[in-house]
Design a protein around this ligand. Structure first.
Ligand code: COA
Length: 296
């Protein structure tokens, strides 16, 4: 709990309070131009989320960061990790240490809960190195599309169709991590939220595998493979044979160690850094990426 600040009230664990949830949505809408109330019709925010925030006397959310459980597989080993997201301070109150307050409260919470690692994504890595976070370099994997796969029936799913959402939620809850190098074990809410923000995303169910392929058409007729959700992961050759496209090249946005295909690893050129703070060295030993569907 940070020291008192005149005119402000510190609150944590307030996400169940409808007015406070709306106040956080307003802060994030004003800061990042995103509408997190979309989550309300996608099953609600991650139930493991705990928010740390300063409010003013009118109930306006002035500063916030939220922590949530983000179990990971790194180098084939289970890691009990937390994620941090929704970090923002209103422009009127910046430069006064409010972000430091909420960060310290969130990290104290993560330490007290026994999380062995904390992850975040940011375009301002300098803001977090002082708290012990280090950047993990990410890669993309690109190469010639494999041939000779077995085609199976696919069905397009629609975000917004209730039955499709139920099916997707079931698969998200029981999924195999998409890579052993680095992948979340469970990341239902952010997958659905990200999917709702990506108009060119295709979600195709490979019916025999009972696995959903998250993909989009890349440049020059190539295939961008973003994620695979299922307890059994199909080989890339079978995915390519099944989807309604005939790509020459494939770019995979996670490490392809389960795909029976080797793409060349290219450093990710994006402006968001994935950062990790951990009690022991948990760097992935081989090139990897966090699937765009799991970004938070
Ligand atoms: C970035 C942001 C959260 C900082 O909030 P703030 O309340 O002004 O930060 P604080 O006053 O608590 O500063 C904490 C420390 O971070 C430093 N800092 C502030 N903004 C920074 C930035 N953009 N880059 C690097 N360091 C920064 C401060 O100098 C201070 O350093 P100190 O602890 O050595 O004194 C705020 O400017 C903001 O909401 N920006 C837009 C949204 C955003 O970028 N969110 C974070 C992205 S993940």
């Amino acid at each position: 709990m940070p020291a008192d600040r005149p005119g402000l009230v510190f609150r944590s664990d307030y996400l169940g309070d409808t007015n406070a949830w709306q106040a956080l949505a307003d802060l994030l809408g004003d800061t990042f131009g995103i509408d997190i109330t979309t989550l309300d019709r996608l099953g609600g925010p991650d139930p493991t989320s705990v928010a740390f925030a300063w409010f003013d006397a009118n109930g306006t959310c002035i500063a916030n960061i939220s922590a949530f459980s983000l179990p990971l597989v790194i180098n084939g080993t289970f890691v009990r990790a937390a994620g941090l997201q929704s970090g923002a301070v209103r422009p009127s109150h910046r430069g006064q240490g409010l972000f430091r307050d909420v960060m310290e409260a969130a990290l104290d919470h993560c330490d007290a809960e026994g999380f062995e690692a904390v992850a975040l994504l940011t375009d301002k890595p300098d803001l977090y190195t002082r708290h012990g976070f280090r950047t993990l370099a990410q890669h993309r994997f690109s190469g010639v599309a494999p041939t000779g796969g077995r085609a199976e029936a696919v069905r397009r799913l629609a975000i917004g169709n209730e039955a499709d959402m139920a099916l997707l939620s079931r698969l998200l809850d029981g999924r195999r991590p998409v890579s052993d190098r680095f992948a979340p074990l469970r990341q239902r809410e952010m997958f659905l939220f990200n999917a709702s923000l990506m108009p060119d995303l295709r979600l195709d169910l490979m019916e025999e595998h009972d696995a959903v392929i998250a993909w989009r058409a890349g440049e020059d007729g190539s295939l961008d493979l973003l994620d695979i959700v299922g307890a059994r992961l199909p080989r890339l050759a079978d995915i390519v044979a099944s989807l309604p496209v005939s790509p020459f090249r494939v770019t995979v946005h996670f490490a392809p160690d389960h795909l029976e295909w080797d793409g060349e690893a290219f450093p990710d050129g994006g402006d968001m850094a994935l950062m990790l703070r951990s009690t022991r060295d948990l760097r992935p030993e081989r090139p990897f990426a966090l699937s765009p569907m799991a970004e938070f």
